[in-house]
Design a protein around this ligand. Structure first.
Ligand code: GLC
Ligand code: MG
Length: 563
């Protein structure tokens, strides 16, 4: 496989820069902090990092509200720091994916400020999605679309003196995140120029924020919100639900064809990964057609949870549909928008009562470790979220006043709990910031219960989650069977056991098994008797008196075997 195909089997580590490492002690992680920890990432064994936005931003949505796509927020660093990060990462064979946010700008963006100086109907306002209000006084929004962060999806445009214009702008997210008008050629040009700006500086690709959102159905029809609003809005709708007029419109594919042509002009070609919340794996695979995005997040697997049938269904559908378009699937269990999977998978976890439900944390971590080891053996590429390699749980008891998720603020504290997965990660020691910086400051407080979970506490400790990740990533690299190649399910596993075989181009093979039961199961020795990786200690190769062999796999455990 050529080196240009690295993304087909890469392990990509997501850095949420505000919460990764803080070099200057202001309580906010920054680019120099990240640079200082590149050795850690190289040693962990990741192929690439994707870094959430660090552009100039009012940080109303953690940087997903971009005021200038070509400058760095001074709190996070400088352009020189970013250039150094690219050089230093590449020196360690780590590729860099940045995050581009094309669905909306910040209201602090030059474009929005220019628009505010004009009347709706101007070329400046045409860069955004603007419509006349309904009703005689135009005080009713143009349609019934809601913001994913609660409330109306529209805000009335007012003049500097406060008088209403009768026109409204669309914001699928916060009012400070106006949606951009992708019918306007100037918008296309601006984003192509932005891609080139960063590609020219040497980055390897982009993750595309809300990549299923950019184009809205013509006429902006009302949308029938009969299902669970929140779920539907986040795109986590089930297959039978209606097709939202603001998600997954056919027109988005033209944008990605345009972007792919730009990426392909470079040597090596630059790559894309879409953040694509779509109803099912069939719709997902369309984004990976050969002239579009290289990869997209496959959230169906994340949503499958700890459920053998759902996991198997997601894997089958995803692999089959990606094969149709010749693209590798991706697997992801955690990111900065969802509850950390060590908590999410815990017995007792209830999404609707996620801050208060009683959960079994120990088994949550045990399941998370098993789910991760199993996912790392699937064909394609894998995304990890900072801190999951430490087995971090979701922080569910953040003081309300420290929370910053705009959905939390807009829902009056009834939703928007994404801060709990964004708490700065513990590097060492027992001080309040656990080595996040040299002092105590942290933009979100770390819990006292994280003592013992830091990198320093886990490094070199047999059985720690960090060592599990390091071992698994090393084995994944070393085994030609793991990566992009084929997979087949093995016949007749016990109930709630998934078992598959991966085969390498050299004929070598690895069998991956996950036992979802809360009890021991036996698997046949013909599946393999050499243990490469196991997510718990509870695995034994057993030989009985009559000479037969089997592998005993403990509760909620995954393992990789070779013959
Ligand atoms: C994506 C980001 C999320 C952000 C939203 C709006 O879903 O991952 O963090 O709030 O887009 O940009
Ligand atoms: Mg800092």
């Amino acid at each position: 496989m050529s080196d240009n195909d690295w993304w087909r089997h890469a392990v990509v580590y997501q850095v949420y820069p505000r919460s990764f490492a803080d070099s200057d002690g202001d309580g906010m992680g920054d680019i120099p902090g990240l640079v200082s920890r590149l050795d850690y990432l190289a040693d962990l064994g990741v192929d690439a990092i994707w870094i959430s936005p660090f552009y100039t931003s009012p940080l109303n949505d953690g940087g997903y509200d971009v005021a200038d796509y070509r400058s760095i927020d001074p709190r996070l660093g400088t352009l020189d720091d970013v250039d150094r990060m690219i050089t230093e990462a590449h020196a360690r064979n780590i590729r860099i994916l940045m995050d581009v946010v094309p669905n909306h700008t910040s209201s602090e963006h030059r474009w929005f400020k220019e628009a505010l100086l004009t009347e709706p109907g101007s070329p400046e306002w045409d860069r955004y999605v603007v419509r006349e209000g309904r009703g005689e006084d135009k005080e009713t929004p143009p349609n019934n679309w809601r913001s994913i962060f609660h409330g109306s999806g529209w805000s009335h445009i007012r003049r500097a003196d406060g008088s209403p214009t009768g026109y409204w702008y669309l914001h699928l997210f916060d009012p400070t995140q106006p949606d951009v008008n992708w019918d306007n050629p100037e918008v296309h040009q601006e984003f192509v120029d932005t891609l080139r700006f960063w590609f020219d500086r040497g980055i390897d690709g982009f993750r595309i924020d809300v990549s299923h959102g950019l184009v809205k159905e013509a006429g902006l029809p009302d949308f029938d919100y009969t299902l669970e609003d929140a779920e539907k809005l986040q795109g986590m709708f089930d297959e039978d639900s209606a097709h939202a007029p603001f998600w997954d419109q056919d027109g988005v594919h033209d944008i990605y064809r345009e972007w792919r042509r730009v990426a392909d002009e470079y040597d090596p070609p630059r790559v894309f990964c879409g953040e694509t919340w779509v109803p099912n794996p069939v719709r997902l695979a369309r984004y990976q057609r050969p002239d579009e995005l290289h990869t997209s997040f496959n959230f169906s697997y994340l949503q499958a949870g700890w459920d053998a049938a759902e996991m198997r269904r997601s894997i089958d559908e995803t692999v089959a549909n990606h094969a149709l378009v010749g693209a590798p699937p991706t697997w992801v269990l955690s990111n900065h928008d969802v509850v950390r999977h060590a908590t999410r998978m815990a017995p007792g976890f209830d999404h609707a009562a996620q801050l208060t439900c009683a959960i079994d944390e120990e088994r949550g971590l045990r399941r998370a470790r098993a789910a991760t080891v199993f996912a790392m053996a699937l064909p394609g590429s894998m995304y990890l979220y900072q801190g999951e390699e430490l087995g971090l749980p979701e922080v569910r008891d953040l003081p309300a006043e420290s929370r910053q998720d705009p959905a939390w603020l807009r829902s009056g504290g009834t939703d928007g709990t994404r801060d709990g997965c964004r708490v700065p990660i513990p590097w060492s020691g027992t001080s309040p910031s656990y080595g996040f910086n040299a002092g105590d400051a942290s933009w979100l407080p770390q819990p006292a219960t994280w003592t013992g979970l830091s990198v320093a506490d886990q490094l070199g400790v047999t059985g720690s989650t960090l060592e599990l990740y390091r071992t698994a990533l090393r084995a994944r690299r070393a085994e030609p069977a793991l990566g992009e190649g084929p997979m087949e399910w093995l016949d007749d596993p016990e109930a709630d056991v998934l078992a598959l075989r991966r085969t390498g181009p050299d004929g070598s093979s690895v069998v991956a098994v996950v036992n979802l039961n809360n009890s021991i199961v036996r698997i046949p020795a013909v599946w393999g008797t050499t243990l490469l990786v196991a997510s718990s200690d509870d695995v034994a190769i057993v030989s009985t008196d009559d000479g037969t062999q089997f592998v005993a796999v403990g509760p909620e455990t995954a393992l990789w075997l070779t013959p």
